[in-house]
Ligand binder design. Structure first.
Ligand code: NDP
Length: 327
């Protein structure tokens, strides 16, 4: 109908995942026309892989033909933990190259005005001067464990620049640090550190067994809550029109040690049994801080949700949704 065609459609790919689920909840709950809300006249469409396999060009084109999005927040990706990445570098590279190429090409062909894709700080060079900043993505080879994923993600930045040069497209990318929150993958073998530890601690409590954290607990990391990240994506959609990637992270002064994270999990889960560190397991890199100076200078001082509150919410979600969570 004619009223339908007046809608401006925003499509979110990969919306059933950790980040996309938070984005969906923010759009559903923030007041219309508020800073992080839907705008009057906007229709948001949240897609999952069953709506179309983005590795396939015809299925991707059909999505753009159907929704004619004015903007796309492109989160869909083949994402995995360390072990999965190490075993499947070719698959991680190929699937992500196909997904990204199909989305950007379809967006260009269907006159989508803006695409924000998603990189990750784990695609940065292995040997690099810290802190990580937006200009250092390509300045050396990525870590060998996930080189497939890393090269595919880095290529998005190259593609964005080429689309701008040749066709004048407004395509850009965000670079989040470690994300956590409800709807994460809580698999014990192949998840990121926070969901993996939450699940382990939950089982230790349930089974009356020790809670064993791999490594010394000393490495430092920056963690961003999925709901903060969702709001920053919405801010980028409204305000950020540069091809240059933008790091979305808490500040360098907000690094947490794995021990601090594990302590907070023990407290939230209410675990009172034996709790120890298995120092025979490797620690990985001691720290790999990323600067959020560019973000904070542009947005004018974003207030992140305090870690303890965000963790409390995540643990509660995991326990309440144990049967349905990805474990
Ligand atoms: P998830 O693994 O939680 O979700 C991935 C999403 O991509 C799902 O919605 C999935 O759909 C969809 N998807 C996967 N393959 C396809 C496909 N072939 N066709 C269509 N859709 C597909 O990922 P996150 O939410 O954690 O990550 C979102 C983005 O953020 C990714 O681009 C990731 O690289 C990036 N990122 C994540 C970080 C993290 O710590 N988690 C850190 C930095 C960046 P379905 O579930 O329906 O199959």
């Amino acid at each position: 109908s004619s009223s339908e065609t007046q809608y401006q459609t925003i499509v979110v790919t990969g919306a059933s995942g950790l980040v996309g689920s938070a984005l969906k909840e923010v759009i559903a709950t923030e007041p219309v026309d508020s800073s992080y809300g839907r705008r009057t006249g906007e229709r948001w469409v949240f897609l999952r892989s069953s709506d179309g396999d983005l590795r396939d060009l015809a299925q991707t084109e059909a999505i753009f033909e159907k929704y004619k999005p004015v903007a796309v927040i492109h989160l869909a990706a083949l994402v995995g933990g360390l072990f999965n990445n190490m075993k499947h570098n070719l698959t991680f590279m190929r699937d992500n190259i196909l997904i990204n190429d199909n989305v950007l090409w379809s967006a260009y062909k269907h006159d989508t005005k803006k695409v924000i894709s998603c990189l990750s700080t784990c695609v940065f060079p292995d040997k690099v001067e810290y802190p990580l900043t937006e200009t250092k993505i390509h300045s050396g080879p990525p870590h060998s464990s996930n080189f497939g994923y890393s090269h595919a993600k880095r290529l998005v930045d190259v593609q964005n620049r080429a689309y701008k040069d040749e066709f004048g497209c407004n395509f850009t990318s965000a670079i989040p640090t470690n994300v956590f929150g409800p709807y994460d993958n809580f698999d014990l073998e192949d998840s990121h550190v926070i969901p993996g530890l939450i699940h382990k601690c939950y089982l230790a409590k349930k089974n009356g067994t020790p809670f064993v954290v791999s490594g010394t607990g000393k490495p430092l990391r920056q963690f961003i809550y999925s709901f903060d990240l969702a709001k920053l994506f919405i801010w980028m959609l409204r305000e950020y029109d540069s091809v240059e990637p933008l790091i979305l992270s808490v500040g360098e002064d907000e690094e947490l040690s794995i021990k601090e994270v594990a302590d907070a999990i023990v407290k939230e889960v209410g675990f009172t049994g034996e709790y120890k560190f298995d120092t025979t397991k490797s620690d990985g890199q001691f720290r790999k801080p990323a600067s959020n100076d560019k973000l904070q200078s542009l947005i004018g001082g974003y207030k992140f949700k305090p870690f303890d509150e965000a963790l409390q919410h995540t643990v509660k979600w995991f326990i309440d949704n144990y049967d349905f969570a990805r474990t």
